[in-house]
Each structure stands twice: as C-alpha cells, then as structure tokens.
Design a protein around this ligand. Structure first.
Ligand SMILES: C[S@@+](CC[C@H](N)C(=O)[O-])C[C@H]1O[C@@H](n2cnc3c(N)ncnc32)[C@H](O)[C@@H]1O
Length: 219
C-alpha cells in the first residue's frame, strides 16, 4: 500500500500515483533512502529526485554545485549523469552529516568526482569561482534569497538553477497555511521566488512537485 504524505502540496492521491509509478531504487541509493527514513534525515522526495535525474541526464553536466548535502543522496544520484571527468561540489554545514556523506560517497566509488565542503554554504558560495552547469539549492531555505546572486554568477550561460522546497508545504502560497514560527522563512521564500521570476537573466518555472521546485535557466 502506498503511504499518503500529509505535507503534500498537491492532492495526496496524485502524489501517491506518481510515487507508485517510480521504480524502486537499488544498491547504495536504496540503502541511503532507508537510512534517511530511519534517522529522519530530509532527502529529496522521490518525484523531485526524478526531476533531478531528468535534468542532469539532459545536461550531462561537467560541474555541479549542490547546497545542502546531508548524507550524499542527491549528489550520488546526480553523479550518474556527470560528463566523463565531471565533478560535484556539495556544501554541508553539519560536521557529522558531512562525515557520513563522505563515507557514503566513498562506498559508492565516487570520491574522485564528489567533493564535500563542510562549512556554512552562505559563506562558501561567495568564495567559489568558475562556472557550473547545474546549481542545486537544497540547504537553508531562509538563505536562498541571499545566495541567489552568487548562484547566478556561478552558473554558465544555459546553466540550470534548481531550488527545492520553495512552496514549503504550501505555506509560501497562502497566509492561512503559515505556521507562525515559520513566517520569516516563508517571507524570504516568497522574495526568493519573486526575485527569480523577475530577473532578466533567468527564465524560471515554479513546479508544484514534491515540496515545490523552481527551475531556472540562465539566459
Ligand atoms: C534537505 S537537506 C539536503 C538533502 C540532500 N540534498 C539530499 O536530497 O540528499 C538540507 C541540508 O542542508 C544543510 N544545511 C543547512 N544549513 C546549511 C548551511 N548554512 N550551509 C550548508 N548546509 C546547510 C542541513 O544540515 C541539511 O543536511
């Protein structure tokens, strides 16, 4: 039986249908999914994981930047579609999480292509240079707005910025859904979405998928 997700932003039966169509994962990705569930570690939702796979497969990226690594699940997922010799830089503030991610990446045989930087992403993004084909924002939601300029600076022309959790259990879309203690995050997510939509150098779509995802291409 398919379980319903109480925080789904679309009708739960739609989410259940989509999830029911996604083939079971195997190997390290299945192990990490199980580990994340057991230890309540937030990793990308199954349908968002599929979007990531499709976009990375279309791009065959040479360089990916990820903000928010957790245990390395989405980095390992995206690494399948890297161009030969390509690399992922993933940022994680939590030292224990970063250590687990490094172990998982080694277990997946991807230590040469995925580098975990353990530090505050807000500070790290300011210092990064070079161009990335994909930036995946999946870290501190309240700070997406402050990282936007650097993310765009770091994107190649034609590069894609994917930002997860932007509809934040529906709270971003409607005041009546907002939990009081989340108001600051919600206000900043609204600013983040508007900023993306209004920039002349981006083309952006808001997708009601998973917890809400924006996908922007740099023009
Ligand atoms: C949703 S999880 C990332 C999940 C991961 N992308 C996946 O799907 O496998 C968000 C992660 O961002 C990390 N994080 C939160 N604030 C951060 C910051 N300022 N800098 C770097 N990482 C941060 C959290 O510790 C957490 O592990």
């Amino acid at each position: 039986m398919i379980e319903y997700d109480k925080d789904a932003i679309v009708y739960p039966y739609i989410t259940s249908f989509i999830r029911g169509e996604i083939p079971q994962r195997h190997g390290i990705l299945k192990e990490l999914q199980d580990y994340a569930e057991k230890h309540s570690i937030p990793i990308v939702q199954p349908e968002t994981a599929k979007l990531l796979e499709v976009l990375t497969a279309i791009k065959s990226p040479k360089r990916i930047l990820e903000v928010g690594c957790a245990i390395g699940y989405s980095a390992i997922l995206m690494a399948q579609y890297l161009e030969k010799g390509g690399s992922i830089t993933t940022l994680e503030w939590d030292a224990d999480m970063a250590e687990i991610a490094r172990e998982n990446i080694e277990k997946a045989g991807l230590s040469d292509s995925i580098k975990v930087i353990q530090n505050d992403a807000k500070e790290v993004v300011k210092t990064l240079t070079g161009e990335y084909d994909i930036v995946f924002l999946d870290g501190p939601k309240a700070h997406y707005i402050y990282m936007l300029n650097d993310c765009i600076r770091l994107l190649k022309k034609g590069g894609i910025l994917i930002s997860d959790n932007v509809l934040y259990k529906g709270m971003t879309a409607d005041d009546e859904h907002v939990i009081r203690r989340k108001i600051t995050i919600v206000k900043r997510l609204r600013r983040f979405i508007s900023a993306q939509m209004q920039r002349d150098d981006l083309e952006t779509v808001i997708l009601p998928l998973g917890d809400g995802v924006t996908v922007s291409v740099k023009k």
